[in-house]
Design a protein around this ligand. Structure first.
Ligand code: GMT
Length: 380
């Protein structure tokens, strides 16, 4: 049994979801997992055996225009490692978690306590935010100083080497889903379909944080083309900066009546259980956890072919891939699938089959082996 500290964003984003599900799976295997973050992670659930949540709270002070979260996190890491006698820190998302872990490690070293830290890169910490000059030197340093680094796809590993001066190895450990838990819910929730599609319409869904990188207007344009050919409903789950434009965009396209804007949902269970197709049109995507989750619920994916998505969604098997922005091709693929019941059912089964490659029972051992390797190395 090991004592592992997990640092993540506790929000709906993929990195927080992966960190939380990883922590829960480790706890189920008997490890003691300490989540150290500013809120209880959304997917944590309550009363988990072997899971302890430590809240990072930044005190308000009139001098602070910007709350010094990284410093408070660093102090909390020092405190938790020392008093809970942790063996390892695993930080998800480089900014600012990797540099906080580096500082905590060095503070503890001065007190004679050794703790290795592993950094998992998730995507936007590298491809969008991290390479900004206001972060880059710190991020490069904290990645290079980590005792171990993982990336969620080969594509993200390549991007990291391209954008930063990395002088160390990066191990690829893909994101995962827990298929046993999903299978159970999928069967249970399929009856809900009538609520959203009372006349047997197809249900198409999209889940994201509605940032520009997701290309939400493409989702609406594809849906309009599908809707012109067959009865369908679009369920949009999530929230973010692009959300405010949705109503106008739907009005311009004349599709408002068939688009349901659902806001943030704690779990994608219901929406994915009743979906026939999932759309992911992103400009860039290091992995596309939302697509993998859809596939786990037997939902084929129509996506762009950027970043790590082709490592997850297999063209002509679990769905179809098109160039970024090629809404005509994406719509044609969606129409092709939805107009042929046999083909759609085949793709639904294949989507689930593809998701099997990322089942937690295959990916968790990769993390545990990596932890052991790093711990052995740190012991020297
Ligand atoms: O999709 C987002 O913008 C959220 C972001 C995050 O950090 O939570 O997602 C990134 O990490 C996910 C989990 O590893 C990946 O599945 C997403 O592809 C990645 N997002 C991007 O690269 C845009």
């Amino acid at each position: 049994m090991k004592k592992i500290g997990i640092v993540c964003y506790p929000t709906f984003g993929g990195s927080g979801v992966v960190a939380t599900e990883l922590g829960k799976a480790l706890a189920e295997k008997g490890h003691e997992v300490h989540f150290i973050t500013y809120n209880e992670p959304v997917r944590l659930g309550s009363f988990n055996k072997n899971i302890i949540y430590h809240e990072v709270r930044v005190a308000e002070y009139p001098l602070f225009d910007y709350p010094p979260y990284e410093l408070v996190l660093t102090s909390k890491l020092v405190d938790v490692v020392k008093y809970e006698k942790l063996d390892l820190l695993h930080v998800h998302y480089a900014i600012p978690h990797a540099s906080a872990a580096y500082n905590a490690q060095h503070i503890l070293e001065c007190e004679g306590i050794k703790i290795p830290y592993i950094t998992t890169l998730h995507g936007t910490d590298i491809t969008l935010v991290g390479k900004d000059p206001s972060f880059e030197p710190v991020i490069t340093f904290a990645i290079n100083q980590s005792n171990g680094v993982t990336a969620v796809s080969e594509s993200l590993k390549r991007d990291t080497f391209e954008h930063f001066h990395i002088n160390r190895e990066i191990e690829v450990i893909p994101n995962f889903v827990n298929l046993d838990k999903i299978e159970h819910k999928w069967e249970e929730k399929r009856g809900l379909k009538e609520i959203y599609a009372p006349n047997g319409e197809f249900i198409i869904s999209h889940i994201s944080n509605f940032r520009k990188v997701k290309r939400i207007p493409d989702i609406l344009k594809i849906f309009k083309k599908v809707r012109e050919r067959m009865p369908a409903k679009l369920l949009l789950v999530g929230d973010g900066p692009e959300r405010v434009h949705l109503r106008n965009q739907c009005e311009e396209l004349g599709i408002c009546a068939d688009v349901m804007i659902m806001g943030k949902l704690k779990s994608p269970d219901e929406v994915l259980s009743i979906s026939d197709l999932f759309l992911l049109t992103s400009e860039n995507e290091s992995f596309g956890l939302a697509a993998l989750e859809a596939m786990a619920y037997h939902v084929p994916v129509i996506s762009s072919n950027t970043g790590g998505i082709p490592e997850v969604n297999k063209h002509g098997f679990s769905g179809f891939l098109s160039d970024v922005g090629d809404v005509d091709d994406m719509a044609a693929n969606a129409i092709r699938l939805l107009s042929d019941k046999e083909l759609l059912n085949k793709f639904k089964a294949q989507a689930r089959e593809q998701a099997e490659l990322f089942n937690i029972n295959k990916v968790l051992p990769l993390y545990i082996d990596f932890y052991n390797k790093i711990l052995d190395k740190a012991k020297g």
